[in-house]
Design a protein around this ligand. Structure first.
Ligand SMILES: NC(=O)c1ccc[n+]([C@@H]2O[C@H](COP(=O)([O-])OP(=O)(O)OC[C@H]3O[C@@H](n4cnc5c(N)ncnc54)[C@H](OP(=O)(O)O)[C@@H]3O)[C@@H](O)[C@H]2O)c1
Length: 421
C-alpha cells in the first residue's frame, strides 16, 4: 500500500519515520507493506530527518495513480478542504490529523467520501484513541456526557498557575519557551482548539452537525492569582474542559475554564497531558488518558488509521449508517450548573448586603462566601470577594453580572467560572 504524506512537519516527519522503523510489525499487523513513497512540503530547503523524496508540487502528487492513501498533515482549513475533497472525488482513501478542517467541514467530507475510507483518529487528543472508542468500543451506548482536557497548552499553563504559583503571563511565556505554545497562542488559550475537538466527538456521540461559532467557548486568559487562591482554599483545581451533556431532546456543548474538585480523577491530569471521560448508559463512566499532541503520539494515531485501511476495516466515518433523530443545541442561557463569582469592590459598609440582596432577588442562591485578606491595608484598595452558588441557571447568573456592572462599588469587570462537581 503506497502512501503520500501531504505535509512533512512535526507530525508528517514522525509518520514517515515510524512507518520505516516499525515496518515489520506494521506489515504483520496489517497484512500489507505500508510504504511512504512521497512527501509534499512548501519549502524544499528546510532540513528534515526523512528518507522519502519530497516535492512542492501537490497537484502532481494528487494526480498519481500509484498512491493508495493520502495523509493530509498540512494544517489550515481552506487548502486542505480543496485537497481532501479532490482526493475523495477520485475515491482515494484519506487519513488526516486536522481538527480545524473537520470542525468546519466534516459533514460535507462525509458526504463526498461516502464509502471511501476516511481516518481522523489523530484529530482529537493526539495519541488517545478516542474516536475509535466512541465510534466502535462504546457504540452500544447512549452517551450521557463527555468531559475532557483536550488542549495540552492550556493544561500546562493552568497546572503551572495552580501548582507553581505562576501568573498567567509567566506561565504562558514558559509554555512558549518550551515549545508547548505557539507565538500566537490565541487558538489554544482561547478554547478554540478544544472546541474543534469537542465538536468532532459530539458528532460521533450524538450525530449533531454544529460549527465552532454556534457553541459556548471561553478561554483561560482572565484567570488570575485570586482565582487560584480561592481554588486552593476550597479544594478545587481549574481546568479548561470541553463538556458535552445530553438532555432529553437536546445537547449541551461548551468549552470553558472550570472549577473541578481536587479529588476528581480529571483534576489530577497535569501538564501537557490530555484526558477524556465518557459516560454511557450501559458502560457507566470510562476515562482515557494520554499525550494529546506531539509528533510521535499523533503519528501513532495516523498509522493506526493506515493499518485499519490496509486491513479493510472501514466503519462509517462519523459513526452512523443511518441518521438519528436530531438533537438540538441547548441555548447557553439554559445551562444549569454551579457558579463561582469573583468581585472586586469598594471595601465599605453595606456593599456585601447589596450584593447578596441582588443575588437573591435574581434567584441566585449562595453556597459559599470568602473575602480575600488584603496584602496592604491602604485606604481605597478594593476588596476581593468570592461567591459560589448552588445549582443555578446561566441566564440568572448573567443577569446578576450585568446588574453588578452598573453598581458604583464594583471596581473591575466581575469574573465568573462554572463549577463541575
Ligand atoms: N503537532 C501536533 O502535535 C499535532 C497534534 C494533533 C494534530 N495535529 C494536526 O496535524 C496537522 C499538522 O500539524 P504539524 O504540527 O505537523 O504542522 P507543521 O509542523 O506546521 O507541518 C505542516 C507541514 O505541511 C506543509 N505545508 C503546509 N501548507 C502546505 C501547502 N499549502 N502545500 C504543501 N505543503 C504544505 C509544511 O511545509 P514546510 O515544512 O515546507 O513549511 C509542513 O511540512 C495540523 O492539522 C495539526 O492541527 C498536530
Amino acid at each position: 500500500m503506497n502512501v503520500a504524506i501531504l505535509g512533512v512537519g512535526v507530525v508528517g516527519e514522525q509518520v514517515a519515520k515510524i512507518l520505516v522503523q516499525n515496518a515489520e510489525l506494521i506489515k504483520a499487523r496489517s497484512g500489507k507493506e505500508i510504504r511512504p513513497v512521497i512527501g509534499v512540503v512548501r519549502n524544499l530547503d528546510k532540513k528534515r530527518d526523512v528518507s522519502i523524496p519530497l516535492t512542492t508540487d501537490i497537484d502532481a502528487v494528487l494526480a498519481r495513480d500509484d498512491i493508495d492513501v493520502f495523509i493530509e498533515l498540512m494544517g489550515g482549513v481552506d487548502e486542505p478542504y480543496r485537497v481532501v475533497s479532490e482526493i475523495l472525488k477520485r475515491k482515494k482513501a484519506i487519513v488526516t490529523a486536522n481538527k480545524a478542517l473537520l470542525a468546519y467541514h466534516r459533514y460535507e467530507l462525509e458526504k463526498i467520501a461516502s464509502t471511501t475510507p476516511f481516518g481522523f483518529e489523530a484529530s482529537v487528543a493526539g495519541g488517545i484513541p478516542i474516536i475509535k472508542t466512541l465510534r466502535e468500543g462504546l457504540s452500544a451506548n447512549h452517551i450521557f456526557g463527555i468531559e475532557g482536557i483536550m488542549n495540552g497548552t492550556s493544561n500546562y499553563i493552568l497546572t503551572s498557575m495552580m501548582r507553581g504559583g505562576a501568573s498567567f503571563s509567566d506561565a504562558l511565556k514558559k509554555a512558549q519557551e518550551l515549545g508547548y505554545a505557539e507565538a500566537d497562542p490565541t487558538f489554544d488559550i482561547g478554547g478554540f482548539d478544544a472546541a474543534h475537538k469537542l465538536l468532532i466527538l459530539a458528532s460521533i456521540a450524538y450525530g449533531v452537525n454544529l460549527k465552532p461559532e454556534q457553541i459556548l467557548i471561553e478561554g483561560i486568559d482572565r484567570i488570575n492569582k485570586a482565582d487560584i487562591f480561592f481554588a486552593n482554599d476550597f479544594d478545587y483545581t481549574i481546568k479548561l474542559l470541553g463538556i458535552a451533556k445530553r438532555g432529553e431532546n437536546s445537547v449541551e456543548l461548551r468549552v470553558h475554564p472550570t472549577l473541578v474538585p481536587k479529588d476528581k480523577m480529571i483534576a489530577k491530569v497535569d501538564g501537557v497531558m490530555n484526558a477524556i471521560s465518557v459516560k454511557g448508559d450501559a458502560v457507566g463512566e470510562t476515562m482515557f488518558y494520554g499525550a494529546g499532541a506531539g509528533g510521535a503520539a499523533t503519528a501513532s494515531a495516523v498509522i493506526s488509521d493506515l493499518i485499519d485501511i490496509a486491513r479493510g476495516v472501514n466503519p462509517p466515518m462519523l459513526g452512523y449508517k443511518s441518521p438519528l433523530k436530531p438533537l438540538t443545541l441547548l441555548n447557553s442561557d439554559e445551562i444549569k450548573t454551579k457558579y463561582y463569582l469573583r468581585l472586586s469592590v469598594d471595601d465599605r459598609l453595606g456593599v456585601l448586603a447589596k450584593i447578596t440582596n441582588l443575588m437573591s432577588e435574581n434567584s441566585l442562591s449562595i453556597d459559599s462566601f470568602l473575602q480575600k485578606p488584603r496584602q496592604n491595608l491602604e485606604q481605597n484598595e478594593p476588596a476581593t470577594l468570592f461567591f459560589t452558588t448552588h445549582l443555578s441557571r446561566e441566564a440568572d447568573v448573567k443577569r446578576v453580572i450585568n446588574l453588578l456592572k452598573t453598581q458604583d462599588f464594583i471596581k473591575e469587570e466581575p469574573f465568573m467560572l462554572r463549577i463541575e462537581d
